[in-house]
Design a binder for this molecule. Sequence first.
Ligand code: ADP
Ligand code: MG
Length: 153
Amino acid sequence: MNQEWTMITRSPEETAKLAERIGALLNENDVMTLEGDLGAGKTTFTKAVAAALGVTRNVTSPTFTIMKEYKGRLPFYHIDAYRIEDQLEDFGLEDYFEGGGVTVVEWASMIEDQLPPDRLEIRISYLGNTERRFYIKAHGARYITIGKELFNK
Ligand code: ADP
Ligand code: MG
């Protein structure tokens, strides 16, 4: 069961607003994947999701680690699958997916087979200097509900 939506943002602030609205709808054990080229807006988006979850620490890319954990109204797990490469076999990502927090996975396509079947998939594409297209696909009933609340349809 899937459903998809697209939305265009026309500034970093609009992207942050969209991310905050999504963040406000997320609950424990929710998983969101984030794809997009360098400069698409993944970090801009992730920071705003974290803020909506009550994370006060600055969220930065998990450059030297696969995962960074932050405290908010829920734990916030930020996974960068780009770092996982070959070590993925024993990493046990489900400990995060089912760890009572909200997980955002960047470069999720690199670990496609390890993703939970139910998740919110987000792809950001560059349209122009300040324009980005968000493709949002809900996998499973829980995320379809979130998408419907978000887009009111
Ligand atoms: P990524 O993490 O995907 O590499 P960043 O979030 O670090 O991308 O960078 C996105 C850059 O694009 C920032 O400099 C941001 O200000 C700029 N930008 C311009 N328009 C937008 C938009 N509509 N949404 C998000 N970022 C935008
Ligand atoms: Mg980034």
